[in-house]
Design a protein around this ligand. Sequence first.
Ligand SMILES: CC(C)(COP(=O)(O)OP(=O)(O)OC[C@H]1O[C@@H](n2cnc3c(N)ncnc32)[C@H](O)[C@@H]1OP(=O)(O)O)[C@@H](O)C(=O)NCCC(=O)NCCS
Length: 318
Amino acid sequence: MNIELKIYDESYQNDAISLFKNMYLELVYAIPYLPKDDEMMKQIDISIQHIFKYGTGVMAFMDKKLVGYFLGYSVPQLFGPVKGIYSPMVGHAANKEYRRLIYAKMLEFSLKNWVDQGYLSFATTLLAHDKGVLKEFNITGFGMRCMDSIRKTSRINTCVDDVIIHKAEVKDLADISVLHQYHHEYYRSSPIFMPREPEDALADINEWMSHENHHLWIAKKDNQAIGYIRIQPNGESIVSHNHQVMNVTGLYVLEVCRNSGVASLLLDVVQQFLIEQKVDLCGVDFETLNQRAYQFWNRYFIPYTMSVARRIDERVIS
Ligand SMILES: CC(C)(COP(=O)(O)OP(=O)(O)OC[C@H]1O[C@@H](n2cnc3c(N)ncnc32)[C@H](O)[C@@H]1OP(=O)(O)O)[C@@H](O)C(=O)NCCC(=O)NCCS
C-alpha cells in the first residue's frame, strides 16, 4: 500500500480530530471509566486546534484520505541544552488499520524534517493501550520516561501502627517544607538524574496552598513529620483537567520510614476525602525513571499514557 507523507496543513484539522477520537475511544474501551463526556470531547477539540495552530509536524495519506498526523510543539530546551519537539497525547493519531506502519513512516519523515531544522531532542506522549505504537517508538530509539495513570476512587485496605495522618493547615507548612525540600532534591539522584534548581521549599508550598481546591495531608510518627501527599484539580494531561478527576501532584515519605505502608495510608486518606467529595477518579503522573514511584503507582493505578523520549547525537548536524 502507498502511504503519502506531507507537511501538516491546518485544513485537515477536523479529520485529525476524528482520527484522535477514534483512538481515544479504543483506550476508553480498555479503561472504561476514563472520561468520555462532552467536556472531554470539547477538550480534545480545543487541544488539537491549538496544536494545529502553534505546532509543527506531518500528515499521512492513503488514497488522498488522512490516515495519520504527528505534530509537536517546539521547546527551546528539552532534557538538556538542545532544542526539542514535544508531542502531547492529542498531537498524533493514526487509522487502526496499518497503524504501526503509518507511525513508522510518520516518524521517519517528521524526524528528518525536525533534525534538518536543528531539533535534537524528542518526547511523545502515547495512549497506553496500543503496544504496537509503543514498540515502534522503542525500536526507533525512544525510551520510556513518564506515565499518566488513573484509578476509580476507592478505599485502600491498609493499616500502619503509630502513624497519624491529618489534613495540613498553615501551621504545618514549615514541617512539610522540610520534606518538600528532600523531595525536590530526590529527583537528582540515580537513576532519575533530573536537574533541579534550588528553590525556597516553604515559599513554594505556601504558594501552592494558596490556590483553590488544593489539599495537603501530613503523616506523623512520634509527633515528627514523616510524609505528605497533595492533590489538586489539574495535572498535566487533558484527562486530568476533567471535572471528574482530582490529581495527586506530590507524595513523599522519609527514607527511614519507607516500605511500611505510610504512602499507602496517605493515599487511602485521599481516597476517603475524594469519596466524601463525590470525585469519581483519581489521577497521577510520574517519571517511570523513578523506580520507587513506578512500583508504588502501578500497584494502585492503571496507566493511560506512556511518554517516551529520544535524544539524538548532535554530531549528525555538525
Ligand atoms: C514512592 C514512596 C512515596 C512510597 O512510599 P512508602 O511509604 O515506602 O510506600 P508503601 O510502604 O505504602 O509501599 C512500599 C512497599 O511497602 C510494602 N508495604 C509494607 N507494609 C505495607 C502496608 N502496611 N501497607 C501497604 N504496603 C506495605 C508494599 O507492599 C510496598 O512493596 P512493593 O514496593 O514491593 O510493592 C517513597 O518511596 C518515596 O517517598 N519515594 C521518593 C519520592 C517519590 O518517588 N515520590 C513519588 C512521586 S511521583
